[in-house]
Write a protein that binds this ligand. Structure first.
Ligand code: PLP
Length: 356
């Protein structure tokens, strides 16, 4: 199926304004964006336009009632300089999962993938070459109907914008286990990549930062006892040689990095358990030395090593060995640049230039 995507190119690229050795994180954007409108029950007018402002009705429903969802994925270059996407079909699938939860229309997966192919092919010059660097791609959807009243909107926009990202030096992070605020409850919207989830996390995160932490470690909404996840990352612990990560319980976001890391660890011969994890047990294992490693996983940083967890009145040092975490990070980055073979078929060539 082709979706007849119209293309309106910029007259002159602004790529020469970007210093690739010093990319401002989240602030530099490529020349073009993808836009598609949902009206009268269908997606129409798929187009690529110069990156720029979009007009909005002041009553646009996403601004008032929060029907807004997003995705995040990365494009990298292989040795031949050809662009590749990491598991984009998983992002298309999750976008629609989020859309269903938020009462929004689904976008045909082949439209998402075709839009990504065409846009990333056009913007491939913007993909940084250095290992660990990538072009961050942000697909998102929001209600743009101008209407005051509580119901599902009838018009939406699905858009894709791209922002080059330098190699992410994730120094080990410190987490604050939050026992006052929650991120998500079972039955709520935590499983969806819904914009409002992040709004609710901002105040607790700012408070944690003021106490000297980098991110919040979210606990369950009922008992403040079971570990959920971190900021925009899922979390893994290595205890007595075995990995554990919280089971998807309906409040945790199912990370694509999470599922990839589970596969990598299992294929490396590690046991990986998905189960409920009591924060008290983690603290106890950190103290008796059986907690060997902890790291977060997510598209933005790939792997972030965890060096400290604050819980109640204590600051608990987590091991500063990150042996397996580093191996996972190098393996993921190696697969993304195709320096390491990709036995899983995770990398999808862009623009049909490559055949896998
Ligand atoms: C996006 C996100 C993740 C990580 O998902 P990836 O697909 O690995 O990028 C984890 N937790 C939350 C809350 C997220 O928004």
């Amino acid at each position: 199926m082709t979706n007849d995507i119209k293309i309106n190119r910029v007259e002159r690229s602004k790529i020469d304004q970007l210093d690739f050795d010093n990319i401002p994180l989240g602030r530099a954007f490529t020349d073009h964006m993808f836009i598609c409108d949902y009206e009268d029950g269908e997606w129409k007018n798929a187009r690529i336009e110069p990156m720029g402002m979009i007009p909005m009705h002041p009553a646009a429903m996403s601004l008032h009632y929060g029907q807004a969802i997003f995705e995040g994925l990365k494009a990298t270059l292989n040795k031949e300089g050809e662009p590749l996407l990491f598991r984009p079909e998983q992002n298309a699938r999750r976008l629609n999962f989020s859309a269903r939860r938020m009462g929004m229309p689904e976008v045909p997966e082949e439209l998402v993938l075709e839009a990504l192919d065409i846009l990333i092919d056009m913007e491939s010059q913007w993909i940084p070459r250095e290992e660990g660097s990538a072009l961050y791609i942000r697909p998102y959807m929001f209600a743009d109907e101008g209407f005051i009243g509580m119901r599902a909107a009838t018009s939406y926009k699905f858009m894709i914008i791209c922002s080059p990202a330098g190699p992410f030096f994730s120094k080990p992070i410190k987490l604050y286990a939050e026992t006052e605020f929650i991120r998500a409850a079972v039955g709520g919207t935590g499983e969806a990549k819904a914009a409002g989830n992040y709004a609710a996390a901002i105040l607790p995160t700012e408070k944690a930062k003021r106490k000297g932490y980098d991110q919040v470690l979210w606990l369950d909404a009922k008992e403040f006892k079971y570990v959920q996840e971190v900021g925009t990352m899922n979390i893994f612990f290595k205890i007595n040689g075995k990995f554990i990560t919280p089971a998807l319980d309906g409040a945790i976001l199912e990370g694509i990095t999470r599922s990839s890391v589970i596969t990598l660890l299992k294929d490396k011969g590690y046991e990986v358990e998905e189960r409920r994890i009591n924060i008290e047990d983690i603290i106890a294992s950190a103290k008796d030395g059986s907690l060997e490693e902890a790291f977060g996983t997510g598209t933005a940083v790939a792997i972030a090593m965890i060096e400290e967890i604050g819980y109640k009145d204590e600051r608990i040092k987590i091991s500063d060995k990150h042996e397996v975490g580093q191996w996972v990070m190098d393996t993921l980055n190696g697969i993304k640049s195709q320096k390491i073979e990709d036995p899983y078929g995770w990398m999808r060539p862009v623009g049909g230039k490559l055949k896998v």
